[in-house]
Design a protein around this ligand. Structure first.
Ligand SMILES: [Zn+2]
Length: 380
């Protein structure tokens, strides 16, 4: 967490909790895998435990480990102490994917280290590269039983292992024109075009048009694109089901994610935009709401979904609840980085990750950092 006064607000919250509780009450904290963890946090809490999956589907398991350790600490069975190692590297979101090597191998090493005597927990933390704060970047947290030196040695060992594979973690990907061409010539359908620059879960606008414009330019057939466009939804509602609309989408918060695009089509259906997800998905959300939603049939079997609330593509219900079978699409644009995979990988043919522009662009060299530690791989 970052606030205007506290670039490391989690450490400040912990400092106040510690001041209120005194030195002897154990404190356990669970953390998102993207946490930019600071040494101050490790000094103040006894137990720091991060999710170890991306997409994040292990919140329950990691929470349980934290609670069990806390209970054992309260009973006096263990004396947990924490250390965080900070290798001078940032990880792009693709390299953070825990199903992809070398991250998958690093995770296996972390799980093996947790079996060592005296080690209570190991968390390899990817960090969040879009936060311009001193503690931005990867971390390794080790909780040891009473021995800080042991915690530090283990954390440093895994941090060194990360550092040694930094070049493989720095995953490259194609630009929009080449990526769309790949999707249109793919035989593994549906081809998923991953709009990394407009990753809604990462905080972007959700109305990026770069891939939509490129798909139209290359005369794509059978695509499904979801765009956040509340004004266009109102137009579709006025036209009614079966009516024709001429709408402009994109560019509502600036042109970082592409210029506005004008499209003409027929309103196929209108929806309230709510659905329930029953499977484990990134974030664990059950009740979903993308606001009033319109499905627009464009030419060539292409479909544009316009919604009123920004919704990361973490659940297939975003499409199935409005009558779209994603398995029947030829190309689907997903505005995400990795978290969409829990929902979309099982139905996806080919996955094409695209270096699109935007707030969540994959290439950190596009951003001007002012507060991070330097030097920082791969920037320096
Ligand atoms: Zn996360």
């Amino acid at each position: 967490m970052v606030t205007p006064k506290h670039p490391d607000a989690d450490a400040e919250v912990l400092r106040r909790i510690r001041a209120a509780l005194g030195p002897n009450v154990p404190i356990a904290v669970t953390l998102d895998f993207h946490g930019n963890v600071s040494p101050q946090m490790a000094e103040t809490a006894n137990i720091l435990i991060g999710y170890q999956t991306y997409p994040h589907v292990d919140q329950r398991q990691r929470g349980l480990i934290a609670a069990q350790l806390l209970a054992r600490a309260v009973k006096g069975e263990v004396r947990p102490v924490c250390h965080v190692a900070k290798p001078p590297m940032l990880l792009n979101l693709l390299g953070q994917d825990t199903s992809r090597e070398p991250m998958a191998g690093l995770m296996r090493t972390a799980r093996e280290m947790e079996q060592q005597p005296g080690i209570l927990s190991v968390s390899l933390m990817a960090g969040f590269p879009y936060a311009d704060v001193p503690d931005m970047g990867a971390s390794v947290i080790v909780v040891a039983d009473g021995n800080r030196t042991h915690a530090k040695a283990a954390a440093d060992e895994l941090a060194n292992a990360m550092w040694s594979v930094r070049e493989q973690l720095n995953v490259p990907c194609p630009r929009p024109e080449a990526a769309v061409h790949m999707a249109l010539t793919s035989t593994k359908l549906p081809a998923l075009l991953v709009d990394l620059g407009d990753n809604i879960g990462g905080g972007s606008a959700g109305d990026g048009t770069v891939l939509l414009a490129e798909l139209l330019k290359q005369h794509a057939k059978g695509f499904v694109v979801v765009i956040h466009a509340p004004a266009a939804v109102e137009q579709a509602k006025s036209a009614g089901v079966g009516g024709t609309v001429d709408v402009t989408v994109g560019g509502s918060t600036g042109v970082l994610h592409g210029e506005p695009v004008r499209v003409r089509g027929m309103v196929r259906s209108l929806h309230e935009g709510k659905w329930t997800e029953v499977e484990p998905r990134h974030g664990g959300r059950r009740q979903n709401d993308q606001g009033h939603t319109a499905v627009i049939d464009l030419a060539d079997g292409n479909q544009l979904v316009l919604n009123s609330l920004r919704m990361p593509p973490f659940s297939l219900g975003q499409l199935t609840s409005i009558g779209i079978d994603p398995k029947q699409a030829r190309v689907i644009v997903v505005k995400a980085a990795v978290a969409y995979k829990a929902a979309y990988e099982p139905i996806g043919g080919e996955i094409i990750e695209v270096d699109t522009p935007g707030l969540t662009a994959i290439n950190a060299a596009r951003f001007e950092y002012k507060r991070i530690r330097r030097p920082m791989y791969p920037l320096d």
